[in-house]
Design a binder for this molecule. Structure first.
Ligand code: ATP
Ligand code: MG
Length: 470
């Protein structure tokens, strides 16, 4: 990209004056799909990056992903630990949810959606109304009933399953999950989506008929989590972890090694043992398994799995009818993925200080087409670019909705390329000087390999054929 930027910067002087997009009506040929024009996108950019999360939180520490997401119009601050997710971010988030849905459903996960308003009765029954303390957002209705905004849903889902009185061992396991906003009054919201007070979580709850079956389900979900991170191209470490206020007898965290991470991880190079330092004895420097020396690294917790046993099923009387026809408590596990945290952590891991880099599958748009500047010698190639747009979306149905036309033709190609580089589209196609050749050649930048290719229209279509979308 640097080479490309240098070249386009040199050939075409940068555009003076304000960067106001031209206000022109969508024009698309009858019978063909509408083109997605970049000038029409809602993308308010936060030019004051030094104030990342609104006036209330001027002193909050910031990090790279947060600065990038604010600067490029992916997020807009709404208050401490709260953000507006803008269209680019929502597209990436929906793709991430798509990957998660595929992996959860591949192991038999069934998606549901539970209320955000969670009755205090449920929380009092489990004892967590008092145990959790000020992190719970609490509220009261006009009938003086207490609620909290759900920070997690063990109580809700267990009482739901308990309401099914005829559950047979033949129907188990059940793996129920949702992707919803969670609310936690964090004492120190920080780092944008990495630690919010309102954030997206995928939470799954498993119900089995024996501890052995529940252990198998636990392993199955951990493997599915591994597949989610592998498909995103993110290196992760699975570590032993403390059970905290959720409880249970065993737990693991999925961590992305990152220097800004708030967790310290201990890793044994000799036997592969890994743990969150908080589960080890203070100052412990030797591996509890092989006595080898432990190295420490910082991590961001992106997922957490718990083996719960009957901790919640015994409270809510969640039972099934066993093979002898007797009622028996279900064995449970619960499994969280920090969806919005994963999005920010992926950007944190992959990006440079100035340019967003996405896991390929999550890029909000896969392709950006840049036609020539208005008034330039190549101007007549604007039409060719529009035709290329239509031909790509017609020949490659999987890319419909994935191709953006940067129609801000009052800007130089160089300036638009700079923006494209910041936003990290996997493919950028430019109609430059060689667009006027016979046959027309487009310049294609492939972000993952940093390769620049000159290709005729069919070559561009063949190249894009291989692009994977969720
Ligand atoms: P942390 O230790 O980071 O506060 P936690 O252990 O309290 O997290 P869990 O209850 O295990 O969080 O929630 C499941 C997942 O939800 C976490 O692994 C994390 O990825 C995500 N998560 C938790 N709190 C937040 C938050 N404040 N903002 C964004 N994501 C969060
Ligand atoms: Mg956790």
């Amino acid at each position: 990209m640097d080479r490309l930027l240098r070249r386009w910067g040199r050939l075409l002087p940068s555009c003076p004056g304000p960067r106001r997009p031209p206000c022109r009506l969508y024009q698309h040929p009858p019978g063909r799909a509408k083109r997605l024009a970049l000038s029409r996108l809602f993308q308010p950019q936060n030019l004051r990056e030094d104030q990342p999360a609104g006036p209330e939180s001027g002193s909050e520490p910031t990090c790279k992903s947060q600065r990038l997401m604010l600067r490029t119009g992916l997020l807009h601050p709404a208050g401490p630990g709260c953000y507006h997710y803008l269209p680019y971010a929502v597209r990436a988030l929906e793709k991430l949810v798509g990957v998660i849905d595929q992996e959860m459903q591949a192991i038999g996960g069934q998606k549901l959606d539970m209320p955000t308003l969670s009755s205090a009765e449920l929380w009092r029954a489990s004892g967590r109304w008092d145990l959790v303390g000020p992190e719970l957002f609490r509220l009261r209705d006009r009938q003086d009933r207490d609620y909290c905004l759900g920070p997690t849903h063990e109580e809700a889902v267990t009482s739901l399953v308990a309401s099914q009185k005829t559950l047979s061992y033949k129907q188990l396991p059940h793996l129920l999950y949702q992707v919803t906003r969670k609310f936690r009054d964090e004492p120190r919201p920080r780092f944008g989506l990495l630690r919010g007070r309102e954030f997206y979580m995928k939470d799954m709850y498993s119900f089995d008929c024996s501890p052995e079956a529940a252990q198998q389900t636990y392993d199955l979900v951990c493997h599915a989590y591994g597949r989610v991170f592998n498909r995103l191209g993110l290196q992760f470490v699975r570590v032993q972890a403390a059970v905290g206020s959720i409880g249970g007898t065993m737990s693991h965290e999925f961590q992305l090694p990152l220097s800004i991470g708030e967790d310290t991880l201990a890793i044994c190079a000799s036997c592969g043992f890994t743990a969150n330092m908080e589960t080890l004895e203070p100052q412990q420097s030797n591996c509890p398994v092989c006595r080898g020396s432990l190295t420490e690294t910082r991590g961001v917790e992106v997922g957490h799995t718990f083996y719960l046993g009957t901790k919640y099923s015994s409270v809510f009387n969640a039972e099934f009818v066993n093979s002898q026809g007797k009622p028996s408590l279900v064995e449970m596990g619960c499994y969280g993925l920090g969806v919005s945290r994963i999005l920010a952590a992926a950007i944190e891991v992959l990006s440079t200080e100035d340019c967003i880099r996405w896991p390929g599958l999550l890029a909000p748009y896969q392709v950006c087409l840049i036609p020539p500047k208005k008034g330039s010698r190549e101007e007549m190639a604007v039409k060719l670019t529009e035709t290329l747009y239509d031909d790509i979306t017609e020949a490659l149905p999987h890319l419909r909705g994935e191709v953006l036309l940067d129609d801000r033709t009052h800007l130089t190609i160089g300036n638009r390329l700079k923006d494209a580089n910041k936003l990290g589209y996997p493919f950028v196609v430019i109609a430059g000087k060689r667009a006027l050749e016979q046959p027309c050649h487009f310049e294609v930048w492939c972000q993952s390999t940093d390769e620049v290719m000159f290709l005729p229209k069919q070559g561009v279509i063949d190249l894009l054929q291989k692009v994977q979308v969720v």
